[in-house]
Write a protein that binds this ligand. Structure first.
Ligand SMILES: O=c1ccn([C@H]2C[C@H](O)[C@@H](CO)O2)c(=O)[nH]1
Ligand SMILES: [Zn+2]
Length: 141
């Protein structure tokens, strides 16, 4: 499986952005802060953190918040996303975020990092095989 070719330096930079934005997460209920940094085709980086709410179901994940910022800035064609939480474990995106990510990039590299900045590489296709997509809706039309 091709995980995309990224220099270690570029990956570390994205993870650093994710660690930084995690500090601004609003997670008073779960206390599980998450940060995400999305790399675009032209080298821009959009970050997002999770934002919780007293009405728990309104919580928005870090990954989706990063994507929505980029879209609002008229940016698509994402290359990679780095995701990190406070935990020792590599941060794995939830199902809802996988579905939103695959909408915009079929060949996205996903960098799942931990609080020490170590990471594991995968792809959105590996995380969400046989995804429901625009083709499913339009029948390829
Ligand atoms: O991929 C994920 C998984 C969870 N969360 C957030 C949502 C909630 O605020 C907290 C606990 O689920 O972590 C994310 O931001 N991204
Ligand atoms: Zn999510």
């Amino acid at each position: 499986m091709d995980k995309g070719v990224f220099e270690r330096k570029k990956i570390d930079e994205l993870v650093k952005h994710a660690l930084e934005v995690k500090e601004r997460a609003y997670a008073p209920y779960s206390k599980f802060r998450v940060g995400a940094a999305l790399l675009t085709g032209d080298g821009r980086v959009y970050t997002g953190c999770n934002v919780e709410n007293a009405s728990f179901g309104l919580t928005s994940c870090a990954e989706r918040n990063a994507v929505f910022r980029a879209i609002a800035d008229d940016c698509r064609g994402f290359k990679a996303i780095a995701i990190v939480s406070d935990a020792d474990d590599y941060c794995i995106p939830c199902g809802a975020c996988r579905q939103v990510l695959v909408e915009f990039s079929r060949d996205l590299t996903v960098i799942m990092a931990n609080n020490k900045g170590d990471y594991r590489l995968t792809t959105i296709t590996e995380l969400l095989p046989e995804a429901f997509s625009g083709d499913s809706v339009t029948g390829g039309r």
